[in-house]
Design a protein around this ligand. Structure first.
Ligand SMILES: [Zn+2]
Length: 196
């Protein structure tokens, strides 16, 4: 993907990253006053699970998914969720909610001594499946995104949904290489989950 720091162009338009394809989700709200946006939460998603390349995730995040289009969708019928960012298998980056606003990705959660992680985190979904591996291009985009976010917000922590909602959520799962991402983000002050 194109670098997010083209000379002469500000990387951010408010809470929207110019390098991302923007598709507005209605599923968001304001963050609490004074929220310290210091956490990046990594998720994985594919709809139906394990099928890549379609438009279903974008449809889910914009409340446009046809619940009758696949038997799996009956399990999530009516779900209103969103993430700030979505990284396709080819590394292409989408954004659905301004990072200044509160997206609906974490649910009941707790990390770095604070609960309700939606209040003060940025959620990024990787197109993928729990337990499966992720693509080189996805790590590249994720690392660039983390650096771009760090330039605008005081990002100090990164964790998976599985870390902030243990026993309830399992994404991105064991196929995600945290050590690799840590190497990519060497030189930043972003704290990673302790190795199991
Ligand atoms: Zn998740």
């Amino acid at each position: 993907m194109a670098t997010m720091t083209e000379p002469g162009a500000a990387p951010w338009d408010g809470g929207w990253l110019r390098a991302a394809r923007r598709l507005d989700s209605p599923n968001f709200g304001p963050r609490p006053a004074g929220a310290c946006i210091d956490l990046l939460v990594v998720h994985s998603i594919s709809l139906p699970p394990g099928r890549y390349g379609g438009e279903e995730v974008q449809q889910l995040f914009t409340n446009q998914l046809d619940w009758d289009a696949h038997p799996y969708f009956a399990q999530i019928r009516g779900l209103e969720v969103s993430a700030h960012f979505y990284i396709r298998r080819d590394g292409k980056l989408w954004q659905f909610v301004s990072a200044d606003d509160r997206a609906w990705h974490a649910g009941v959660s707790q990390w770095r001594g604070r609960a309700n992680c939606n209040d003060d985190s940025v959620g990024v979904e990787l197109e993928g499946l729990e337990g499966e591996r992720f693509e080189d291009a996805q790590y590249e985009t994720l690392a660039q995104l983390a650096r771009a976010l760090s330039a605008r917000y005081p990002i100090a922590h990164i964790a998976g949904h599985e870390h902030i909602a243990p026993g309830r959520k399992y994404d991105p799962g064991p196929g995600f290489d945290w050590a690799r991402l840590a190497r990519q983000l060497a030189g930043t002050a972003i704290a990673f989950p302790a190795a199991p």
